[in-house]
Ligand binder design. Sequence first.
Ligand code: PLP
Length: 411
Amino acid sequence: IRPHHLRLISESAARPGDDPIFTLDAEARRRARGGEKVINASLGALLTEEGELAVMPTVTEAFRSVDAARAASYAPIAGDPSFLDAVRLDALGRGELARRAVAVATAGGTGAIHHAVVNYLDPGQALLTTSYYWGPYRIIATHSRRKVRTFPMLTDEGGLDLAAFESALESLIADQGRALVIFNFPCHNPTGYTLDAEEWKQVGEILARAGRSAPVAFLLDLAYAHYGAAGSDAWIEALAPAAEVCDLLVAWSASKSFAQYGARVGSLIAVVDDEEDRKAVFNALSYSCRGTWSNCNHLGLLAITRLLTEPEIAQRVAVDRREMINLLGNRVEAFNREAARVGLRHPRYEGGFFVTVFTPDGPATAAAARAEGVFVVPLEGAVRVALCSTPLADVPRLSEVLGRAVKSVGG
Ligand code: PLP
């Protein structure tokens, strides 16, 4: 008998194993290998119509072009200054906000979210996000001994529930004296929703009111930047007044915008109004880099810097990206048409990797679809559909199966 055989600390002793989405993906692949006609709309990577990972040739070329010795050397802890300048401009444009921003390199957008959580919340405090949200927000929060609070994301009319947002923000500030808000737009994962200019204006006003009463940071998770409909960068102008009283943070990522999921290149960008505070924020974020992964992938930083800063390459990568956006756009258009035909309910969907379909019972709907060979991710009151991994020709069957699955649970 070994009475104390598990030597993990208690909070680590019963962690869930495989990520549920990767588990679903594995089952879909296994059944496809067995000869079944499977539609795997579970995983968040953009696949070609032939089911291969979609890559951008110019990006591959840039990665191959980096000098081997430079790639092999350590990157500076905070990232190469030329990379940091380039991502600041890419995220914020050339206006005033970029001039008031500092940035550090992070291990993807995930690393940026981690750094925001550990530097803007005390242990035990909660971040605030939408009721539908990317699951790892909770893992990052829990792992660092923080929590997640949510507000109901959408009104009955299908817009962002601004009143619910403001009241949740006020009560969080009343409870803990500070707030970190995380939004993920454009092309929100999992709903596909993108805020319009008016919604951004009102979000800015809510943040400005809150920022005058307590320390407030607003983190925009820009994982799907570049996939949004025209005008989805309206947040830059709309949040400028709020950025005078709040810290405006951006989680920037090369994973989707350059189709380089494995490179783990990202950045946390912080617009901080006061110059001295800006220095303190940069130091805090650099310290977090040292205390987690030390230095990011230098090959990735150098290649992405070329892609962002050299005009001829930047132009070619924009053409590559346009092809990917069109690939996805055709599926989005087909989904909107087919979903209307079979009567699926979903948020406004103008582009992006995912959309959610509302249903009275997410897990039962996903199970019913799975029985027919269609893999989607169950959520509470919805299922997430990854159009990014669904070939155009499969969109009608996907919609029909989901229509039947939702009806089978009383929707
Ligand atoms: N945020 C959202 C909403 C995502 O869907 C993802 C990736 O799936 C990320 C952040 C982070 O991705 P990465 O760490 O690869 O940049």
